[in-house]
Write a new protein. Structure first.
Length: 254
């Protein structure tokens, strides 16, 4: 997992181009949950700033952190100048300043489970909000999805990231909500889904696959072969289900 977590920097520009951004609905959901103005936020694993710009452009003072210099360099091209960037993994962040919001967009699963929630709570103001969002991008047509799976099968069984705590996908509460419910450091744990269906060209879909860690850790020649095989079985345009699963919790004052 550590190798996959640090694999993105080589594809920073592709990550920016092919990964979907985040809708205003996400910002509105987080702020409605907070129930009060949120002035400062710390972002974990900011990548190229897909979520950074959503919060920063709506008036939140964001400190964006990421362990990869290439990702942060790409981020700085797109976010307001007021955004502070820090090259650091979550585990390297020193306690000190506290924020009204700490959030991670498609990044929390790369953090170490050891001490995750005490560290998170220490970064939040009393009553501050934690938010995590993400979710798999799936081909909407089952037949096309099956063809893609068959095309990549000789090289890669799955490109999924398994649930970090082993929660089965059919359970009503998914990770990290499951972990948040088990710690006394957070309260009022909620899970929401922002439904989203997107259309993209076959080449852009393969471009998206090229930013996924399961492919990035493979030898370059193997990656190229997989992408060519997948492209051959895709229609010219594809629909994808890209629902955003959002988990929210509040730092407990107990």
């Amino acid at each position: 997992m550590a190798e996959r977590a640090l694999s993105f920097g080589t594809m920073a520009q592709a990550y920016e181009r092919f990964r979907p951004g985040y809708p205003d609905e996400l910002f509105d959901l987080v702020m409605a949950y907070a129930g009060r103005p949120v002035r400062t936020a710390l972002e974990i694993g900011a990548g190229t700033g897909k979520a950074t710009r959503l919060f920063a452009r709506r008036g939140v003072t964001v400190t964006a952190t990421d362990p990869d210099a290439a990702m942060l360099a790409e981020l700085r091209k797109y976010v307001p100048a007021a955004v502070t960037t820090v090259r650091a993994a979550f585990e390297q962040l020193a306690p000190g300043e506290r924020y009204g919001l700490v959030y991670a967009a498609a990044a929390l699963h790369w953090t170490s489970p050891e001490g995750r929630w005490p560290r998170m709570a220490a970064l939040l103001e009393p009553g501050g909000v934690f938010a995590s969002c993400g979710g798999p991008v799936r081909l909407a047509d089952p037949a096309v999805e099956e063809a893609v799976q068959a095309a990549r099968a000789p090289f890669l069984d799955s490109d999924d990231i398994p649930s970090p705590d082993g929660t089965p996908p059919e359970e009503p509460m998914q990770w990290p909500g499951t972990e948040l419910q088990r710690t006394a450091l957070f309260t009022d744990v909620r899970q929401s889904v922002i439904e989203r269906r997107l259309t993209m060209s076959a080449r852009d879909y393969v471009g998206h696959l090229s930013t996924i860690s399961a492919y990035l850790v493979l030898p370059a020649a193997t990656q190229d072969q997989i992408y060519r095989r997948i492209l051959r079985v895709l229609p010219d345009t594809v629909e994808i289900d890209a629902d955003i699963i959002v988990h929210l919790a509040r730092r407990s004052d107990r």
